[in-house]
Design a protein around this ligand. Sequence first.
Ligand SMILES: Nc1ncnc2c1ncn2[C@@H]1O[C@H](COP(=O)(O)OP(=O)(O)OP(=O)(O)O)[C@@H](O)[C@H]1O
Ligand SMILES: [Mg+2]
Length: 271
Amino acid sequence: MRDAAQAAEAATTADIPFYVPAGSECTLFMEAHRHRLPLLLKGPTGCGKTRFVAHMAARLGLPLHTVSCHDDLTAADLTGRYLLKGGETVWVDGPLTRAVRDGGICYLDEVVEARKDVTVVLHPLTDDRRVMPLDRTGELIEAPANFMLVVSYNPGYQNVLKSLKPSTRQRFLALDFGYPKPELEAQVVASETGVDHDTAAMLVGLAHRIRGLKGVDLEEAVSTRLLVYCATLLKAGRPLDEAVRAAIIEPLSDEADVKDGLAEAIAAILG
Ligand SMILES: Nc1ncnc2c1ncn2[C@@H]1O[C@H](COP(=O)(O)OP(=O)(O)OP(=O)(O)O)[C@@H](O)[C@H]1O
Ligand SMILES: [Mg+2]
């Protein structure tokens, strides 16, 4: 009996996506969920936001509905629309409506990309009303207790046109994500790829130095995701210079002089 229980426990743990916390973000997420507060995650690309949400949804045993927002995404894309089906018009729920009906976590990735009319839908859902009015059908859907809205965006790409209005931002608890501290990032790289700790620490050290480089014109710094890619290539037996070029230099820039500068700096760092 005990073995069966232990096996069940192990299976459940194995189903939870691996996530190394940087601080108290897991507890904060739990509290946000418990108190029915929406959560905003900010941070650069590839720093673990999506993984964190997947991890927390699994830990809470909740379904995760993810919507990747883009600049054409309208409120109707999220809420739903009438479609013609076999000569009849039928209402088809959008992903946000489905999430509100079904409960669980709805994750709007890169929310600032979406059209401005999306905020009209988010406001009644993210204050204490927690409702979703569907004007087209006349329905008013109340979010179930386990519903939680999580949105993320990357402040690095932010411009005046693409930022959240204060009246939207101030409806969310917010967490600022950065790249994990070196020892945690090495743990992530090693666990994700199976490279040994020294290799992981070497890559993280390299990333740390690249992130600190002055005078290299990069839009975004090298992410934890790219370090995981680089370690994956090394684990597969590819040589270091090839892995670094394919997983770090080329994804970071298209400019020949920037890439040359990076390659030189990396060669100097690696000695
Ligand atoms: N704290 C962490 N624990 C475990 N894995 C991590 C962590 N941080 C980053 N990773 C690794 O980095 C990869 C990229 O993370 P993720 O996809 O969550 O980034 P993101 O912040 O959502 O990026 P984007 O803004 O581009 O969507 C993950 O697939 C995982 O391998
Ligand atoms: Mg993501």
